[in-house]
Design a binder for this molecule. Structure first.
Ligand SMILES: [Zn+2]
Ligand SMILES: [Zn+2]
Length: 371
């Protein structure tokens, strides 16, 4: 996929590359959105549909398709080879011919089973708008392109985990539901849910990260679990999209067991949802290729530099920095490694033993018997 657009022409500002790439991206997004409007019961997630409204989705879809046209046209004007611009305009034309933003939507059922294509498109648009410019303007590794080795594999991880969001949300709740069958503490739950909102949010953050620390460390030290988690560490270029490189077994087990204490203690929905919004941004941010400095806050909250050390192939950093939000948990348990001001010089497993590609990643843990 990356090779199709690799026309050896400059990719600098004014070369038509940025407008062309943005046009292809938005054209594909527009086409996916029109598919969601046509087939909401198959392609959208009822729980997600409840948080957005067609009132603003239609203008958004129209804007995305229009922008794909304009940027594709601009790219075709600026660039000698027209493949980027024409591809973007063709995708936008396809989306318009298929009905564009004005496809009529029959009342989709409020429950049922569907793929989370809408969830994928909304998240991809939002995260790409935030993180691609952030990584281009403030890169820690300026030579690392947005389209670095393995980006299509990571996009597939991002796509599949979003399409299967209903299944993984259901599986995540299995351990918590089982725990609640054996331990119901109405008095404790009444006290916890009446605490001030900010106290509950802080408690959820600490409890979740203690759970994440435990599961993450187990994934590193138990060979049968490491095979699944090794997929996350196989990336030799760490950026916002590389954070999506997670085996589904890793995702479901980590989230499932992290959620048990939160469910048992009976926190109110508001602070729990606020934590879910926070984690979905923070987990992407800590992988980002950005050089921001945070001073003393680095001791309080996990930063990209701290988590990049977790992905380092250097021996001194292996099996360090398991916390996802609170670095002092690693200090507490003696697994902290983050030399001031320094960044790792090499990422990944250092052995290239896991073949690239989504399907390889999905099946490798079941085939491999070695650590
Ligand atoms: Zn890890
Ligand atoms: Zn990571």
């Amino acid at each position: 996929m990356a090779g199709v657009f690799d026309d050896q022409e400059p990719a600098s500002f004014g070369s038509g590359w940025i407008s062309g790439t943005a046009s292809v991206f938005l054209g594909a997004l527009g086409l996916g959105a029109v598919a969601c409007l046509h087939l909401p019961e198959a392609l959208t997630w009822p729980e997600v549909r409840a948080i957005y409204s067609l009132w603003w989705i239609r203008p958004l879809v129209g804007t995305v398709i229009g922008a794909a046209f304009v940027l594709g046209f601009l790219s075709a004007l600026l660039r000698r080879r027209k493949v980027l611009g024409l591809t973007g305009m063709t995708l936008a034309l396809g989306a318009s011919l298929a009905g564009g933003a004005s496809v009529s939507v029959e009342g989709a059922p409020a429950s049922g089973i569907g793929l989370g294509l809408d969830w994928f498109l909304l998240n991809l648009l939002l995260l790409a708008l935030v993180f691609v410019p952030m990584e281009r303007f403030f890169p820690q590794w300026p030579a690392q392109s947005t389209f670095r080795t393995g980006w299509t594999t990571d996009l597939m991880h991002f796509l599949v985990s979003h399409l299967l969001v209903q299944l993984s949300a259901w599986l995540t709740l299995v351990p918590a539901t089982a725990a609640l069958r054996y331990a119901l503490w109405p008095d404790v739950q009444a006290v916890v849910s009446s605490l001030p909102w900010v106290v509950q949010f802080g408690a959820v953050l600490v409890l979740a990260d203690l759970g994440e620390y435990t599961m993450h460390r187990l994934f590193h030290v138990v060979p049968a679990l490491w095979r699944f988690h090794a997929i996350h560490h196989s990336s030799e270029a760490v950026d916002w999209l590389a954070g999506s490189r997670l085996h589904l077994v890793d995702v479901v087990l980590t989230r499932g067991f992290t959620f048990v204490p939160i469910a048992l203690l009976g926190f109110a929905d508001g602070p729990v949802y606020a934590y879910l919004v926070f984690v979905s941004f923070h987990a992407v941010f800590i992988h980002a290729n950005v050089r921001f400095r945070f001073g003393r806050a680095e001791q309080l909250i996990v930063t990209p530099r701290f988590h990049h050390w977790h992905h380092s192939a250097q021996p001194e950093a292996v099996d360090k920095n398991f916390a996802v939000h609170l670095p002092w948990i690693d200090r507490l348990f003696g697994t902290y490694y983050c030399p001031p001001g320094q960044w790792p010089s090499k990422y990944g497993l250092g052995r290239g033993e896991i073949p690239d590609g989504y399907w390889s990643h999905l099946t490798w843990p079941f085939r491999s018997r070695r650590r």
